[in-house]
Design a protein around this ligand. Structure first.
Ligand SMILES: [Zn+2]
Length: 495
């Protein structure tokens, strides 16, 4: 037996993502059938999506609008002229035996997406730009349901549901600019933020609205040629994308080091064993015999239409993050947390517009309110505390009407029942005591009741000031201004 000589080689992974995003149009891409997610099998079908002979597909204009808007959000070039093509292959869930897709003239090319990488410990944010090769429109295939149970084969027969056939998809292909599992997971998350901000898809990974396939190879740093590319499928969460890539990088490096072959193949991620396993080897590249779809006219996007779509774009996540940092003075990390969800960002901005301090409002939203949303499983638009009221609450603290402690005390009621913080504070007599005379009176009474503590303090046990301050808080139900109480206790105790 020979032992491998240890060679210290540094490797890098070359990763690209192909993402399929299901659009949230109410009808399919080339017919009027509904796209309703949970309908009974084969109820959302018609001769067009079932591929009967003699029928004509007609493009759903909403699909084109969504593709162009996402293309614009990806800083990409929108083709003024593009077309649809037939991608031919046989599969039981594909009734026409071809899929209408776009081949050599996609609607979108040459874009980019900026991602953010967060250091978990320091919360420091670094940015990186990932190139976007292309984005095109296509129709989804149906769904096979494997049924019956057989001890050896698993299932006895397969059923096909054509409800999903013809549901509109956008396929987004990245450049191989990604190097780590974290970068890939971030890329997918930022893409999801974009489609949600644009309102073109729910981006839900569990329900398959966002499906990512990863292409990955490794090579020694400095080598120009790429290693053998492996495809990974079947990841339905961002953490699964990250973990599958991290596993695959190690597996491939180990194979290279041991002189084992790496096959060009499709592997699946298995969540339970946290490993990838081989599904099928690829024999050469598949020949789909693409040709232009004769039943659909080429697409022409005029300057006028393009400008109209541009006008409809909302402020996008990256633009918001930049504005929060530059105009509101937030940290990159806070800006990121607040803009992750468009509803949260809008809630935050409404509260700040009320005149409250941007940083203080950010703290409330990212801490107490975020914790409540997490525990109650509610979204920010569903809670009783309206953004205006949060702005009011923060201003009450800023003006010294209530302490931060009192604000935290009334928060649960505001979150559950809503209402005006100002009225709640007034009706419960919770306003902060900032009148020096009133606080002095309490301190003096306490000093009279505790003469030996006063004596000890004056004898040098300065720590006893804390005892008096604590007693004042107790007497006033936490309403005394803490800073003022401290100053006055010191003054009176020193005689
Ligand atoms: Zn149909």
């Amino acid at each position: 037996m020979t032992t491998a000589t240890p060679v210290k080689t540094e490797y890098e992974a070359i990763i690209g993502l192909e993402t399929h995003c299901q659009l949230n149009t109410t009808s399919k891409i080339f017919c009027h059938c509904s796209t309703e997610f949970d309908s009974p099998p084969n109820t959302n079908v018609c001769p067009i999506c079932l591929g009967y002979p003699g029928v004509l597909p007609v493009l759903n204009e909403q699909v084109l609008a969504s593709a162009v808007k996402l293309g614009l959000a990806l800083n990409a070039k929108i083709a003024s002229y593009s077309k649809f093509d037939r991608k031919q292959y046989f599969y039981p869930d594909l009734p026409k035996n071809y899929q209408i897709s776009q081949f050599d003239l996609p609607i979108v090319e040459h874009g980019s997406l900026e991602i953010e990488l967060v250091d978990k410990k320091t919360k420091e944010v670094t940015r990186k730009t990932i190139g976007i090769t292309r984005l095109h429109m296509e129709e989804d295939a149906g769904k096979l349901v494997h049924a019956g149970s057989d001890r050896l084969a698993g299932s006895t027969h397969s059923l096909v549901d054509f409800n999903r056939t013809g549901v509109p998809l956008l396929e987004i292909v990245s450049e191989p600019d990604i190097r780590t599992g974290q970068e890939a997971a971030e890329y997918a998350q930022e893409l999801r933020r974009l489609v949600r901000y644009l309102g073109v898809s729910d981006g839900n990974m569990q329900e398959g609205s966002l499906r990512c396939d990863v292409n990955i190879s490794v090579r020694p740093v400095g080598q120009k040629e790429f290693g053998t590319k492996v495809e990974i499928k079947n990841m339905n969460s961002f953490s699964a994308i990250q973990k599958a890539i991290e596993y695959e990088i190690e597996r491939q490096i180990e194979a290279v080091e041991n002189g084992d072959p790496i096959y060009q193949e499709t592997r699946l991620w298995d969540e339970s064993s946290q490993e990838t396993f081989s599904m099928r080897k690829k024999e050469g590249s598949s020949d789909y015999r693409y040709f232009p779809e004769p039943d659909l006219p080429p697409l022409e996007v005029s300057e006028k239409r393009l400008n109209a779509w541009k006008q409809e774009l909302p402020e996008l996540p990256a633009q918001k993050r930049k504005r929060y940092e530059e105009e509101l003075g937030l940290s990159a990390y806070d800006a990121r947390v607040l803009t992750d969800d468009r509803d949260v960002a809008e809630y935050y901005e409404t509260a700040v517009k009320k005149g409250a301090d941007a940083k203080l409002v950010a703290n409330w939203v990212t801490q107490d309110i975020a914790a409540y949303l997490n525990n109650s499983k509610l979204s920010i638009t569903e809670i009783a505390l309206k953004p205006d009221s949060l702005g009011e609450l923060v201003q009450l603290i800023e003006k010294g009407t209530i302490s931060g402690k009192i604000a935290k005390e009334i928060l649960p009621e505001l979150l559950e029942k809503g209402g005006s913080p100002k009225q709640i504070v007034e009706s419960k007599g919770m306003t902060q005591i900032s009148d020096p005379g009133e606080i002095e009176k309490v301190i003096k009474a306490l000093m009279e009741a505790n003469p030996s503590e006063v004596e000890k303090y004056r004898g040098g046990k300065k720590k006893l000031k804390g005892f008096f301050v604590g007693q004042v808080m107790k007497e006033t139900g936490g309403r005394a201004d803490p800073k003022l109480t401290n100053q006055l206790a010191e003054k009176l105790l020193n005689g």
